[in-house]
Design a protein around this ligand. Structure first.
Ligand SMILES: [Zn+2]
Length: 452
């Protein structure tokens, strides 16, 4: 019985040893060949010794001792030959002898990274860091310092963040929920402005969109600081801050312009009959704004400090007759040569210009108007005067023939007379004058220019 018991124990021990070897065989495909060979050696030894053991039962215990020693030796070799490859999110970083060698620096690393990146970073074994048992005979084993460095210089690290969702869209990731809320507070505050001279109370400040905060593991580079998140949200207009304010403020009331049509003036003519003046008042109003832009304004009280004065403009509606003055003079003759200019000549004032050209050349009215003289006028000889209104008059002297009569309305360019040499004249020419309220002006300064 005792022998049978011993035998079954021996069987179990052998089977267990084989199982261990088999387990390593199955799970540690990358284990060092030498190491495996050692295991196989033991297995072979055990198998070879099986019959022997059965026969030499007396030496069984001694054999057990040998087996145990060999097993311990094999395990020692195995431990010596293997270690762990550690990876961050699948990216292999290096090798350590024990998983603990990495795990014990994770807390320090997390704290350091959190500080330097201003984000809550937590590196967790299992989810962030994974281990793989490998043969480490030909690789260098990282010490604590190296592990720390490898983890610290990681790029594209994951971080636990709190995200702001606007209408379901992730718009910013912050290191904590409190910070995420601060960001929204800051954005809301940004639109609550204080203006000089304004008495404002904000009655309601809200985000128009659906706002939600939720934790999320994000890439470290996606974690924003409070300041940058605030700036980004304002710049991108990802959120709409609706403010309802009650404000009391002084404001300028810009004058309005009223245009009145009148038949007493020609089309195209206008006249300001009342100058506009800006008013001033104190307003109390409820103003609704979205991201600082006014949406509605409801006046509660308006206190006028200075009334606004409307600008009143008359605009002509009467059809302009052909004979109405255009406001610009044209040269009365063409193909002339200027034989005498305006000004003093031989000690006498020459009150016009002499436009020399052949007798019979048509003389055109410089502008539309009414003929106020048509006949002999002492030294001017045969002479035509045309009134253009507003004190403006033109004169044409020394004509050979007059085609118009006093009181006749003429249009600009109409042939009113023909060039001649009548009156005090020495050679065929048109003496042309421009007079304003009776006084002579240099015609060359008026022709082809707006005179009124
Ligand atoms: Zn003259």
């Amino acid at each position: 019985m005792a022998e049978n018991e011993k035998r079954s124990i021996a069987d179990k021990f052998i089977d267990a040893g084989a199982a261990v070897i088999d387990f390593h065989d199955r799970t540690q495909q990358k284990a060092d060949l030498k190491c495996l060979q050692a295991y196989y050696g033991v297995a072979l030894f055990l198998h070879n010794r099986r019959d022997f053991l059965h026969v030499h039962k007396a030496k069984l215990l001694e054999s057990f001792a040998i087996i145990v020693l060999v097993a311990i030796a094999v395990l020692a070799v195995y431990n010596y030959a293997t270690g762990y490859e550690y990876s961050y999110h699948g990216r292999a970083l290096g090798y350590v002898k024990d998983q603990e060698d990495v795990i014990r620096v994770l807390d320090i690393t997390s704290a350091e990274l959190s500080k330097s990146h201003d984000a809550k970073i937590k590196i967790e074994p299992g989810s962030d860091i994974t281990f793989k048992r490998v043969v480490t005979l030909n690789v260098s084993i990282d010490d604590d310092d190296t592990v720390l460095k490898r983890l610290t210089y990681l790029t594209n690290m994951r971080a636990d963040a709190y995200c702001i969702y606007i209408d379901g869209k992730n718009v910013a990731a912050l290191s904590s929920k409190a910070e995420a809320k601060d960001v929204i507070d800051d954005v809301e505050k940004y639109y609550q402005t204080t203006r000089k001279g304004w008495d404002t109370t904000y009655q309601k400040v809200s985000i128009t969109e659906k706002l939600r905060y939720a934790p999320k593991s994000v890439s470290l580079t996606d974690v924003s600081t409070r300041e940058s998140a605030v700036n980004q949200l304002i710049k991108s207009k990802a959120v709409t801050v609706k403010t309802i304010e009650k404000s009391k403020f002084a404001e300028v009331v810009k004058y309005k312009t009223v245009v009145k049509k009148t038949k007493s003036m020609y089309k195209g003519d206008s006249k300001v009959v009342q100058k506009g003046e800006n008013g001033k008042r104190v307003a109390t109003a409820i103003i609704v704004k979205e991201n600082g832009k006014q949406v509605t304004r409801t006046n509660i009280e308006l206190k006028v400090l200075k009334p606004m004065v409307k600008k009143v403009v008359y605009k002509g509606s009467k059809t302009r007759p052909k004979t109405a003055p255009t406001g610009t003079f044209i040269m009365p003759v063409s193909g002339y040569s200027l034989s005498s200019t305006f000004g003093y000549r031989w000690g006498r004032m020459h009150e016009g210009v002499d436009l020399a050209c052949g007798t019979g050349t048509p003389i055109h009215a410089a502008d539309g108007g009414t003929v106020v003289r048509a006949g002999w006028y002492s030294g001017y000889g045969k002479c035509v005067d045309i009134s253009h209104g507003n004190g403006y008059m033109t004169r044409y002297g020394h004509c050979s023939k007059i085609n118009v009569h006093t009181g006749q309305k003429v249009y600009q360019g109409q042939t009113i007379a023909l060039v001649g040499n009548t009156g005090n004249s020495y050679g065929s020419h048109c003496h042309f004058e421009v007079r304003v309220n009776g006084s002579a002006r240099n015609p060359m300064k008026y022709v082809n220019r707006k005179y009124r």
